[in-house]
Design a protein around this ligand. Structure first.
Ligand SMILES: [Zn+2]
Length: 175
């Protein structure tokens, strides 16, 4: 085991991880269940008893943004024909919306809307709201590119780091 040198410190540096994710997908599938043929497991071993096959019959997903302007209406789909491939429909609908989010929001960042009060508070600010360290001449106005809202005074490097996250988490019920 190799230990770090004496008196070294670990510091949190991924400041962008403190910011909320701009878009999150919440999704759920509904399924028809069909009995499955199976054999008796060996009780001496650890096992999973599979007795039903789940065949998707529909889904709903909801994309939550940072505010009401960036939140989408829930998308619902129910199987109407035997040939409907619900999982494939889910992936294609999600891909369409993901492209829309990328083109409409990531590629077109909103410019900053600064109120007089926010400008005054920026002028007086001495500490970066992201890393909490002192601001010197390196002071910029950090804002949300999706809502246009002012977030706070920041170092240029902290501000640039907060542009990093470009991912769309999909949170499934029971998956
Ligand atoms: Zn900073």
């Amino acid at each position: 085991m190799r230990m770090p040198p004496r008196n070294t410190k670990l510091c949190f540096q991924n400041y962008f991880k403190q910011l909320p994710i701009p878009f999150v997908v919440y999704a759920d599938f509904e399924c028809f269940t069909k009995p499955m043929n199976t054999c008796s497991p060996n009780p001496e071993d650890s096992y999973t008893y599979s007795y039903q096959k789940h065949e998707p019959s529909g889904f709903c997903f909801y994309i939550k943004g940072l505010d009401s302007n960036t939140t989408f209406k829930p998308i619902l789909c129910t199987k109407t024909n035997k040939s409907d491939h619900i999982s494939a429909i889910f992936v294609s609908k999600l891909a369409i919306i993901t492209n829309k989010i990328y083109n409409d929001y990531y590629c077109r960042p909103l410019s900053l809307k600064l109120t007089k009060q926010e400008q005054d508070s920026f002028n007086e600010a001495e500490f970066c709201y992201i890393c909490n360290k002192e601001l010197n001449s390196d002071k910029v106005r950090d804002h949300c590119h999706f809502t246009g809202k002012y977030r706070g005074p920041a170092h240029n490097s902290c501000n640039l780091q907060c542009r990093k996250p470009m991912l769309l988490p999909v949170i499934f019920h029971n998956l």
